[in-house]
Design a protein around this ligand. Structure first.
Ligand code: ATP
Length: 877
């Protein structure tokens, strides 16, 4: 009796009879509703707008508005406040749009959970869990509802989500498990007591988790851009104040100039446009089965220089099949498809069938995964490897269903990723199954077994060793206590074919300058064989095991910093060290992981990648990206989209800055002329340009679809405002636009009677000339929007309508500007009027001129050695 008690305590099996029927569950689901948390309330529109009104740039502009008022310029002050408010509304709308995109992404990954219904284990969606359901929880699971434990087996639960306490605590029978916590070790059966809005989690007001991720390259890059532009804006504003006072302007005019310069240079729309661009990137990724958990990850992926990928399920299909089994008495080769019970058997050794059958039975008993007939097809339930072992046993004639009914009496020690083995204790025997290199030494290291292992792993097969011992009177309390007296039953060798698209995806990484290392828990020979098969390894790339990794991190990074390195038999700690070491060498590291213990490595990497199908909830929670199809090629697709987003940000940055040059130049000319040359563009016109012309087109540039060949060049990371952005904006496009605008101004003045050397016009003539300067910038910016779509190709080559959003944005922006130019009261306030014909001629000619000069510049640059394939990657550099 005492022994049975002991057994019960160590087992997480539910007492029979626990759990609902499918009908009961459906009734309760209809009565109580779905087990989902009420969506965390997003801030209201008003609150969002208030937030934007107090944003960094907004504060700068408030300052300008107050100064204008103090200087006795109420119209200017009102205009600036108008800019702040419009910008805030626009930014809040973009943020709301980005949030909605994030919500949609969440719905893509329904959480699944094992429950006992109709007397058997079933996998259901967490949303369908109802009160009374018997949850079957194991390591890595997220607890889907509040529940009371009926049976536990070394259960450790991480409740940091609720308590902030990051140390996992033990939970025994009769205690409550709360929704949102994670099982980090052991197993439990628990009956649900509250779901959805009635859980403790729902009752906690603050649902958001704070994650202390290091800054992403984008965050750092943007911060740099913001600081730089704000610094320049304020610095130049002050400079112009001083200059205009020196040239003898009244203080009021000096203020107008100073504020104009500051307003011209503050890139108000930049941050919301970046957010929206990232949100669009994440939506595009979702279509490629990549779920982004942090928006910035979109961009970090684009800068990725090193991928540490696991093998099983990512490079391979995770469709396991036992193709050979070895025992000391002989072996069998199996030829059968999928997880079905039929296979052609070829025996070697007359005495093999009995021992092989014992091996298969023991392997099946030591597994929780099994093969299941669903809709006429045999499928894996749980771990595919364990399901394959179940299929193996069926192929050996074992009635595993009947054998499984006995499972309640087991004591299980779940798979330990450090010891790489697991065990079950049955009434009469103890069975251990695990990696051969950890099991064979426990059974006396049979040389024949080692020879068989070498032959099987060399073929890329995954090999599992199974051993058993008579139980006698023992009740082991640890995995180690299961080990005395073990006798090797044999080896099961499993095939797991590589994914079809892996070879291509690896070649794409190579083209893209991204290094790939295989970091696997499998045997080194198996890992090497698979790496060779998929073309990951080159002849000189290293193959190491976790034990062989250099102790010094720098040395470790140097050893691994090769394309095609293979590290086998790694522990979760090794993964963490590898991520850290490669990062310290300047790499932007993407690391895959699926187990509970992988969470620290996923956190440490720049991009933690978890699997949507096979990974644990814990790994998914720690990751930045979840691959819905588990495929390596999806990481590569993600890198492509990340690059596209980064490039798009550079595109609209170039566009923004070009406009700034055109807006600033009239002030410079005025200052250089010692205040003699009239100001071509006034502050209010600049504000109108920033709002009316720039914003929509910038957003549309952020939605530019990814260019082809984006992966045919080095990573696009680095400074957002790199040399090409600066050269194009400040060296070519900006000065050209400024020159065209001033030309229109001068030509219009001349058309209205001004002659060089004569007095400059005032009154209506000046307004018309200023209107010419304004509309020239508008039209040149329209051309610039198209020019910024690529830094190497002219827009005609890309297709004028390739980005329809941009065409619409340009048309709306131009129409809006014409209203500002032609509708008298508005035009009067802005200080402009319809230009003379000559002014219009220059303005209209600005469109082809800008495109022609840009095309010439692109051609010259490509001649000077920009590699032709780098087209897309360089397109916004
Ligand atoms: P990867 O996914 O990186 O390719 P892996 O799945 O092979 O790695 P682990 O899950 O850490 O890595 O497994 C390491 C080794 O432990 C496996 O190669 C196998 O020999 C053994 N092993 C894995 N799962 C089980 C299990 N359920 N029961 C017994 N042994 C196992």
């Amino acid at each position: 009796m005492a022994e049975r008690q002991e057994e019960r305590r160590g087992s997480a099996q539910a007492p029979s009879g626990v759990g609902l029927t499918t009908e009961e569950a459906a009734e309760r689901r209809a009565r109580d509703g779905a087990n989902v948390l009420p969506r965390a309330r997003r801030p209201s529109a008003v609150r969002r707008i208030l937030g934007e009104l107090t944003h960094f740039f907004a504060v700068l502009l408030w300052g300008a508005a107050v100064l204008s008022l103090v200087a006795g310029l109420p119209e200017l002050s009102i205009a600036i406040v108008g800019v702040i408010v419009l910008n805030a509304i626009f930014a809040a709308a973009q943020q709301a749009r980005a949030d909605r995109a994030a919500d949609r992404l969440k719905d893509l990954l329904p959480a699944r959970v094992s429950v006992r219904r109709d007397g058997r284990r079933q996998v259901v969606e967490a949303a369908d869990v109802v009160v009374g359901d018997a949850l079957l929880l194991e390591s890595g699971d997220r607890v889907p509802a509040d529940a009371e434990t009926l049976a536990t087996n070394r259960l450790l639960v991480d409740s940091s989500m609720l308590t902030g306490e990051s140390v996992a605590g033990g939970v025994v029978e009769g205690e409550t498990l709360f929704a949102g916590t994670f099982v980090v070790e052991g197993e439990a059966t628990a009956v649900v007591t509250a779901t959805g809005a009635r859980t403790r989690l729902a009752g906690i007001a603050r649902l958001t988790t704070t994650s202390a991720k290091p800054d992403t390259p984008l965050t750092r890059g943007l911060r740099g851009v913001v600081r730089l532009t704000a610094g320049i804006a304020i610095g130049l504003g002050l400079l112009f104040l001083v200059v205009s006072l020196i040239v003898g302007n009244p203080i009021q005019a000096a203020f107008v100039f100073a504020i104009g310069v500051t307003v011209a240079l503050v890139p108000e729309g930049l941050l919301p446009t970046v957010t929206l661009s990232l949100a669009w990137g994440s939506e595009r990724m979702a279509k490629r089965n990549i779920l982004v958990r942090h928006l910035e990850a979109v961009e970090t992926l684009g800068s990725t220089t090193f991928i540490c990928t696991d093998k099983t399920g990512t490079l391979t299909q995770n469709l396991m099949n036992v193709v050979e089994a070895w025992t000391p008495a002989g072996s069998v080769v199996l030829d059968g498809p999928g997880y079905g019970p039929e296979a052609a058997l070829s025996w070697s050794g007359p005495d093999a069938p009995g021992p092989v059958r014992s091996l298969a039975l023991a392997a099946e008993r030591c597994s929780t995964g099994y093969a299941e007939l669903v809709d006429g097809r045999w499928r894996a339930h749980g771990d595919p490897m364990e399901a394959a072992l179940d299929a193996f046993a069926r192929r050996m004639g074992v009635d595993t269903d009947a054998d499984r009914r006995d499972e309640e009496h087991e004591l299980r020690f779940p798979f330990d990723p450090r010891l790489r083995r697991m065990a079950v204790v049955r009434s009469d025997e103890i069975v251990v199954k695990g990696a051969p290199d950890t099991v064979l030494p426990l059974c006396g290291d049979d040389p024949a077994a080692h020879a068989a292992l070498d032959a099987l792993t060399a073929r890329g097969l995954r090999v599992i060793a199974v051993a058993s011992a008579a139980r006698g009177a023992r009740t082991p309390r640890t995995l180690e206590e299961c080990e005395p007296g073990l006798r090797l039953l044999g080896l099961a060798a499993l095939e797991d074919p590589p994914r079809d698209d892996v070879v291509e995806a690896l070649a794409a990484c190579r083209d893209a300058g991204v290094r790939v290392a295989m970091i696997t828990g499998d045997h080194p020979t198996t890992a090497r064989a698979i790496a060779d098969e998929v073309g990951l390894r080159s002849p000189d790339s290293p193959v190491l095991t976790g034990d062989e990794l250099p102790a010094d991190d720098q040395h470790l990074a140097a050893v691994l910093d090769h394309d095609g390195a293979v590290v086998a038999r790694v522990s979760p700690e090794d993964k963490l060290r590898i991520a850290r070491a490669l990062r310290s060498r300047g790499h932007v590291v993407a690391m895959t992981g699926d187990g509970v213990n992988d969470a620290p490595a996923l956190h440490e990497a720049d991009i933690g990648v978890a699997m949507g199908r096979s990974g644990t909830d814990v790994a998914r929670e720690a990751a930045d990206l979840v691959l819905l199809d588990d495929a390596f090629s999806s990481i590569v697709a993600g890198i492509e989209h990340g690059r596209a987003t980064y490039v798009n940000i550079r595109r609209f940055l170039t566009y923004h800055l070009t406009d700034n040059v055109a807006e600033l130049t009239p002030f410079v000319v005025w200052a250089l002329s010692g205040g003699q040359f009239p100001l071509a563009l006034g502050v209010l016109q600049i504000i109108a340009l920033d709002l009316g012309t720039d914003t929509l087109s910038a957003v549309a540039l952020g939605a530019e679809p990814p260019a082809k060949h984006l992966l045919k060049g080095p990573p696009v990371g680095g400074r957002l405002m790199n040399a090409t952005v600066l050269r194009r904006a400040f060296g070519v496009l900006g000065p050209l636009e400024a020159a065209l605008s001033l030309l229109a101004f001068v030509v219009s003045m001349a058309a209205l009677g001004w002659r060089p050397g004569g007095p400059f016009p005032t009154g209506d003539e000046l307004l018309a000339a200023s209107g010419a300067a304004y509309i020239t910038v508008v039209i040149a910016q329209a051309a610039n929007a198209f020019a910024c779509r690529s830094a190497t190709k002219w827009p005609g080559a890309l297709g004028w309508f390739g980005n329809r959003l941009l065409v619409g944005a340009v048309l709306i922006g131009t129409a809006f500007s014409l209203v500002l130019l032609w509708v008298p009261p508005i035009a009067d306030v802005l200080g402009q009027a319809n230009p003379p014909l000559a002014g219009w001629a220059v303005a209209i000619a600005a469109f082809p001129t800008l495109l022609a000069v840009d095309a010439l510049d692109k051609r010259l640059r490509s001649r000077r050695g920009a590699p032709p394939h780098a087209n897309a990657v360089h397109s916004a550099r």
